[in-house]
Design a protein around this ligand. Sequence first.
Ligand SMILES: NC(=O)c1ccc[n+]([C@@H]2O[C@H](COP(=O)([O-])OP(=O)(O)OC[C@H]3O[C@@H](n4cnc5c(N)ncnc54)[C@H](O)[C@@H]3O)[C@@H](O)[C@H]2O)c1
Length: 385
Amino acid sequence: MQKIFKIGLIGCGHIAETYFRAHKYFNNFRIIKCADINKKSAEKCAKKYKIDFVSINKILKDKEIEIILNLTIPTAHYVVAKKSLLSGKHVYSEKPLAVDLKDGLELVKIARRKKLFIGNAPDTFLGGGNQKARQLLDRKIIGNIKFGTAIFAFPGIQSYHPNPEPWFKKKGGGPVIDMGPYYLTALVNLLGPAKFVTSICNHNTKKRIIGIGPKKGKKIKVECPTTYFSTIRFENGTTIRLTLSFDVISHLRNHIELYGDEGSMIIPDPNMFGGSVLLSKKLGSKWKNYKTNKMVLGKINIRTQSSRANESPTNANYRGVGLAEMIYSIQKKKKHRCNGNLSLHVLNIIEGIHKSAKTGKKFYIKTKCERPKFFTSKEINSIII
Ligand SMILES: NC(=O)c1ccc[n+]([C@@H]2O[C@H](COP(=O)([O-])OP(=O)(O)OC[C@H]3O[C@@H](n4cnc5c(N)ncnc54)[C@H](O)[C@@H]3O)[C@@H](O)[C@H]2O)c1
């Protein structure tokens, strides 16, 4: 019989609903207790999902719990993940691994020393959209990829998040920490590791107004740049121009486009799991549409709209698959896909983007990671209910 791993959740905020919904899809975990620095948030979460809430110290000492799910804010990821590992628990954190590279390096080292698994979001690259693109690229369908573009641009999280302050802080704020992990992880999955990066930034606004929740109408200070333009050279020679911005009302550009010597490919939203991959092999030809809506991790699975854009009935959202795949790998004693080396490499690129924008210099990426293996239907089916 399939073992169900008992999970302790630390950080009972906005994204928690998505991970509780993941109980419906994956067969190997159950969140049984929760904790938060803010007791009221833990209490509310426990009541909503009919589980127990305890203190952070208690959850870390709980013998029943084998894995900590760390859904705290980015600046707390390091400290919570470190405490979890030192308490002998595997840990799976939301993105990014940490805010500073040195902290990320320490976490990966501790996990290795203690022979524990450290996992990290995003897991969206395991979805139908990015995996379909990966499958086509591995077949060299557009030949050798030369360059491409990627963009995430919207007006900012203040419109739909009731507590958006951390997203605009000097430390841990800005679009590179927030959305960079989705784009960079998807690109590393498609192209392999990065070699160097150059970047410039704009600090466009001084204040934002909270658009939702009890603090609606309150002005908050913007302490960080909110738009970055970066150029990333990958080890395989591909150059990507990446725009990450909290300053754009709307746009019609594609999330990721790759140009090869035999064709062009448009890759769906790396923040989500589904969407079509589009392919053109000839100038002016009709784009061929590779749909993913019949794939296990590509079909729309949300019926009702929540306050969050990700939770809407147009989306395939299987967040939690990275945790389920990590558990599968613990049991099979193999390397998981959303692993520490991958998230550390992504954190290194994030650091490079920030540093290059500050210094005006090219930043070389020192960490290495392997391109995660293609996620096979057999593996997916073994963790799906
Ligand atoms: N909100 C989204 O749509 C979304 C989507 C994908 C990923 N994420 C990621 O998920 C994480 C959480 O985001 P969120 O939107 O749920 O944030 P949130 O602010 O709504 O919730 C975070 C929770 O963590 C708690 N917390 C903060 N520091 C803590 C600490 N040191 N120890 C224990 N608890 C602590 C806070 O009290 C809060 O309840 C972030 O890393 C974010 O990037 C969010």
